[in-house]
Write a protein that binds this ligand. Structure first.
Ligand SMILES: Cc1cc2nc3c(=O)[nH]c(=O)nc-3n(C[C@H](O)[C@H](O)[C@H](O)COP(=O)(O)OP(=O)(O)OC[C@H]3O[C@@H](n4cnc5c(N)ncnc54)[C@H](O)[C@@H]3O)c2cc1C
Length: 436
């Protein structure tokens, strides 16, 4: 037998798995098809590497809408605070920014990747770059190794599949792992784009009326056909030439994907509350007062006291008010209509950019067939999964990387324990429990 453990994929989950397996004293090989390790990690968080998030575990789970609850067991073994300590130990102290997001103090994604690579080498993990795996090999209900695209076969007692999802394939994640999972008897749930910009065919989008405009701290909602919100996210957003993007839109995107599946007419309604801290009535009263006090001022001058000018002009026109009209000439009904537009400007969206352009892949290897404390396959002995290939997806903000690092750690440690037990002739079985 060549190796105790083979890890396929050098993203955050695979790097962490290789370190975990190496710490257990296993003979480990990390196979990466690209020329570099951690390519996606290096571009995350705007290139500064959003390593994890400091919110309490319950909050973390809430920010991982795709099967976050599956991670409770894993978090009880290794969680975000452990990640922070782990990187500190590797000489990469982290700092907290908005929304609990943790970045390296160096602001350099490469410092994170370099530290992980140094640790691999300290632990004596063999790394082979430009070594794409073509297949995972199983014999009589056990994992026995891998075949490379080159035709070479490498044997191992345990294999950790950490090849990521299908998003941004130029970083190496091209969905190679799903057939290997299916061959072992796993269910792969339907893949879909999440954390992805949203497409709209509304005339104001096609005419690029608001292109490039960002709105700060708005409440963006995806609506049911009856107008009730499915989800609301309060963050920044951006109008683009094809629709909307920015943090609020990315977070809403998976709900748009799901709602579109049910929508008979191929369209889903969204709404923007540009001023979530005031009620419609308060806003109307405020406008009425300003118009009375400054009757000669242009309406757009009044409106821009509360909204960015471009958006204010756009909404005034929607409310049937000439932006150049003198404030004193605008009646209360029109002012109420404008206040309504500020609080609930609704528009239709018709899709998202494709999976390849999404930050994260939704769907994947079903978590029902994975041991939650070890990441062991329930279908095949010696097979482990971690990272984005699993049917787990979170919002951007460090949640996906946290899920990748945590599941990677568990997969690596437990794959090593299984392999070493097998080697020593013990009845090692998939599903042993790791301790931190
Ligand atoms: C631009 C961008 C920004 C992001 N920002 C954030 C963020 O702020 N917060 C957040 O939480 N998440 C973010 N994400 C998502 C996050 O980066 C991913 O969820 C995470 O990298 C997944 O880790 P992984 O190890 O599962 O897979 P990946 O990072 O995709 O790594 C998989 C690795 O496997 C290798 N591989 C694939 N197939 C094979 C094969 N056949 N043989 C050998 N090797 C193979 C690939 O080359 C790759 O190196 C962002 C993603 C992108 C694209």
């Amino acid at each position: 037998m060549g190796y105790d453990v083979i890890i396929i994929g050098g993203g955050p989950s695979g790097l962490m798995a290789a370190i975990g397996a190496g710490e257990e004293g296993a003979k480990v090989l990390l196979l990466e098809k690209g020329t570099k390790l951690g390519r996606k990690l290096a571009i995350s968080g705007g290139g500064r590497c959003n390593v994890t998030n400091r919110l309490p575990v319950d909050e973390m789970v809430r920010h991982i809408p795709g099967n976050g609850r599956f991670l409770y067991s894993a978090f009880s073994v290794f969680n975000n605070e452990d990640i922070i300590r782990f990187f500190e130990r590797l000489g990469v102290p982290l700092k907290e920014e908005d929304h609990g997001r943790m970045f390296p103090k160096s602001d350099s994604a490469q410092s994170v990747v370099d530290a992980l690579v140094r640790e691999l080498s300290r632990l004596g993990v063999d790394v082979r770059l430009e070594s794409p795996v073509a297949d995972v090999l199983y014999e009589q209900g056990k994992t026995v190794g891998v075949t490379l695209k080159s035709g070479e076969t490498i044997h191992a007692r345990a294999v950790v599949v950490a090849v990521g999802g299908k998003s941004v394939p130029q970083t190496g994640s091209t969905g190679d792992g799903y057939p290997w999972a299916e061959k072992a008897g796993h269910t792969v749930t339907e893949l879909f784009p999440t954390e992805v910009p949203i497409v709209s065919h509304e005339p104001f989008i096609k005419e690029r009326t608001l292109q490039g405009l960002s709105l700060r701290d708005v409440a963006l909602s995806v609506l049911k056909p009856n107008g009730k919100p499915i989800i609301t996210h309060r963050m920044d957003m951006l109008f683009t030439h094809f629709g909307i993007s920015g943090p609020a839109a990315l977070r809403c995107s998976q709900f748009v994907v799901k709602a579109l599946k049910k929508a008979a007419d191929g369209a889903v309604k969204m709404s923007i509350d540009a001023l979530p801290d005031v009620t419609q009535e308060e806003l109307f009263q405020q406008f009425a007062k300003l118009c009375k006090e400054e009757p000669k001022k242009a309406m757009k001058t009044i409106a821009k006291t509360v909204l960015p000018e471009r958006y204010a002009v756009f909404l005034l026109e929607r409310a049937g008010i000439d932006p150049h009209a003198s404030a004193g000439t605008v009646g209360h009904e029109a002012l109420r209509a404008f206040a309504r537009q500020c609080k609930q400007f609704t528009f239709y969206v018709h899709g998202t950019l494709p999976l390849e352009k999404a930050f994260v892949t939704g769907g994947g290897v079903s978590v029902k067939e994975i041991e939650p404390k070890t990441m062991a396959s329930k279908c095949m002995a010696g097979l482990y999964f971690c990272g984005e290939i699993l049917d787990i997806h979170g919002y951007t903000g460090g949640y996906n990387i946290t899920a990748a690092l945590v599941t990677g750690r568990l997969a690596g440690v437990n794959a090593a324990r299984y392999a070493l037990a097998e080697k020593n002739g013990a009845s090692g079985s998939a599903g042993q429990t790791a301790t931190n």
